[in-house]
Design a protein. Structure first.
Length: 152
């Protein structure tokens, strides 16, 4: 017997909606604002809610950035891709790069790990295979010069 899907009850306030969102995971200030607008809350109410959440320490772009970098890094994504994703989520370039560069040595080890996981230890057969490998690493967010060096 199929159960009917019940819709979630509408939130009484943008604050309640934001708390529910933050209970699941960290969000950037821009993400919370966007999601509250999607739910039909007024701009003034959203601004007041964001201010309250920031004052209470429940919303922090710094905390979001650190959590996001760790999450994406653990999934094998490189610094350039992570930075681009953070910019899309409203994080400043300086904050993004500060979090990314906090562990600079880690990125080279991650590049090696991602490369070996995908391609094993055998060398590229020809120029087309090298190009395919470099493109894969670039799509994962690693700089071109790093990708070229590891593929050689």
């Amino acid at each position: 017997m199929m159960k009917s899907r019940q819709s979630k009850p509408k939130s009484d306030s943008p604050y309640d909606a934001a708390i529910r969102l933050l209970a699941r995971r960290e969000h950037s200030q821009q993400e919370i604002e966007h999601k509250l607008r999607q739910r039909g809350f007024a701009g003034d109410d959203i601004d007041e809610t964001l201010e309250t959440l920031l004052e209470q320490g429940l919303l922090s772009d710094q905390r979001f950035t650190e959590a996001y970098v760790n999450s994406r890094r653990n999934r094998g994504f490189g610094p350039q891709r992570i930075a681009a994703e953070l910019y899309q989520r409203g994080i400043s370039k300086s904050m993004a790069w500060e979090a990314i560069q906090s562990d600079a040595d880690y990125w080279q080890a991650l590049l090696q790990e991602v490369y070996e996981r995908k391609f094993g230890s055998h060398r590229a057969d020809d120029l087309a295979d090298k190009a395919r490998r470099v493109k894969f690493l670039q799509n994962r967010g690693f700089p071109l010069d790093w990708a070229m060096k590891i593929v050689q």
